[in-house]
Design a protein around this ligand. Structure first.
Ligand code: G3P
Ligand code: CA
Length: 284
């Protein structure tokens, strides 16, 4: 069926361009996405939220404060308000070595604009980012993806830290591959106890096959961090155990070549990166 076909495409190692080639251009900008596409990334990763007037937009944070010249919650802005913001100058300020004059005045992009640009032959790795705040997000996103032919084309993976959100997506259409995101961190500085797996407990040290199987009921894989504040939080045993339970393992967000190489030695199924060309060179 459709899901089987989509899973075949995920068997190879996947280069997932995190918010586009966001190391080179403002995250989620059309330019960052275009660069990732041109580099040959397998997936464009986008965090999706709903604007106040119900438009699906690509932005990571709950507020516009960090990545635009505005202030306030994303969900309090209508599309016109978001479009009026400068979503590029912050990148120049934060990355003087990579600053470009044409980033000034970068616009927040809508999911529709991204699909207009890249079409159904490009693959998208979409995160339901504001699922708790917007109970209509999943239905709006799935309707859009279906209307635009992306689901039929097998062009989409949906990821979320929220198990509930993924299960809502699955109830709408079981033919879309889902990735359960997890975020592990040490319980305290002097402990390597790992406590957090958003949506699913426990942490990797005490995780059982049954825990993985409970994720396997709705998801094709897990997306995990590798380290928290410089401390590694998962190891190759974790990767192997997940894969033994028929789960793909994708790791975020890896920008350094030695870590990319380490993860490839571990046999992970994909890596999220702000620098897709670096990772593609290793894969090749
Ligand atoms: O989606 C994988 C990774 O992007 C999760 O973290 O905070 O960058 O969305 P975040
Ligand atoms: Ca994300």
């Amino acid at each position: 069926d459709n899901l089987e076909t989509q899973l075949e495409a995920l068997q190879d190692f996947q280069v997932i361009a995190h918010r586009g080639a966001s190391g080179h251009a403002p995250e989620h900008s059309m330019e960052a996405l275009q660069m990732a596409h041109d580099m040959g990334a397998d997936y464009l990763e986008l965090d999706i939220q709903l604007s106040a007037d119900g438009v699906l937009v690509a932005i990571h944070d709950e507020t516009v404060d960090r990545t635009t010249d505005g202030e306030g919650a994303v969900q309090d802005f209508d599309l016109a308000g978001l479009k009026a913001l400068d979503a590029g100058s912050w990148f120049n300020d934060a990355n003087p070595d990579r600053a470009r004059q044409d980033f000034v005045g970068t616009e927040v992009v809508t999911l529709d604009e991204v699909i207009d640009r890249f079409g159904t032959q490009t693959r998208y790795y979409l995160e339901t980012k504001s699922a708790e705040r917007d109970p209509t997000l999943e239905a709006a996103m799935m309707e859009k993806l279906s209307d635009r032919g992306l689901i039929e084309a097998g062009a989409v993976v949906i990821q979320s830290f929220s198990q509930e959100s993924l299960q809502k997506v699955q109830a709408i259409n079981p033919d879309v591959p889902l990735i359960q995101l997890v975020w592990y961190y040490p319980e305290s500085d002097d402990s390597d106890a790992l406590v957090e797996w958003t949506g699913v407990t426990p942490g990797p040290e005490s995780i059982s096959d049954a825990d993985f199987q409970s994720v396997r009921e709705y998801a094709v894989g897990i997306g995990s961090n590798l380290a928290y504040q410089g401390n590694q939080v998962i190891d190759d045993d974790f990767v192997r155990q997940a894969q033994t339970n028929d789960l793909l393992v994708h790791i975020y967000t890896i920008n350094a070549v030695p870590e990319m190489e380490q993860l490839m030695r571990w046999g992970v199924d994909g890596v999220f990166t702000n620098f897709p060309a670096r990772l593609i060179r290793l894969v090749d």
